[in-house]
Write a protein that binds this ligand. Structure first.
Ligand code: MN3
Length: 203
């Protein structure tokens, strides 16, 4: 039987202060992500399912809504924790920066596009930087959907995602989603995003 597990945070709950506060991280990882994992396991109980969440996500149209919502939640948050880090931020470099410059003009324009995608996503969802047909693209998805899902409007391999559900920022930023999206850039782990970019370009 398949059993998904909450991945350990790769840093402590207070590591992303002051940009993302300790209490938000505790609740977001320990309660919200844990609930997606628990509910995914409940929805999978007694069913033939792949053990790899990516295989489920890629064929999500074959599964009922609880698997889409909670499997998406599990995949999205697992990515989110990894593309952030303490003492991070700054600018991307190397081939990723080259691709950003040729795709968007410069790094600030990319930040503007992702911020815009996050701001215009009505209600809950995610803003993404994806690799699509060998090129970088920015998009957003509702709820816990993501661009790897076969039902996604814009499909591609996500290499960076930012959670714009209120639970991701409300305790510190209340209704100021734009301030949260600005602060997010201080904790982006560009080394991990670059690793995911290189991986996506190989496939
Ligand atoms: Mn969340």
């Amino acid at each position: 039987m398949v059993s998904f597990k909450l991945p350990a945070l790769p840093y402590s709950y207070n590591a992303l202060e002051p940009f993302i506060d300790t209490q938000t991280m505790e609740i977001h990882h320990g309660k919200h992500h844990q609930a997606y994992v628990t509910n995914l396991n409940n929805a999978s109980a007694g069913k033939e399912m792949p053990e790899d969440i990516v295989e489920i996500i890629k064929n999500i149209s074959k599964y009922p809504m609880p698997v889409r919502n909670n499997g998406g939640g599990h995949f999205n948050h697992s990515l989110f924790w990894e593309i952030m880090a303490p003492n991070a931020g700054g600018k991307p470099s190397g081939e990723l920066l080259d691709a950003i410059n040729s795709g968007f003009g410069d790094f600030d324009k990319l930040k503007g596009q992702i911020g815009g995608a996050g701001m215009t996503r009505f209600g809950s969802g995610w803003a993404w930087l994806i690799v699509k047909d060998g090129k970088l693209e920015v998009c957003s998805t509702p709820n816990q959907d993501n661009p790897l899902m076969d039902i996604a409007e814009v499909k591609g391999v996500p290499i960076l995602g930012v959670d714009v559900w209120e639970h991701a920022y409300y305790l510190k930023y209340q209704n100021r989603r734009a301030d949260y999206l600005d602060a997010f850039w201080n904790v982006v782990n560009w080394a991990e995003v670059a690793r995911r970019y290189a991986e996506a370009m190989k496939s």
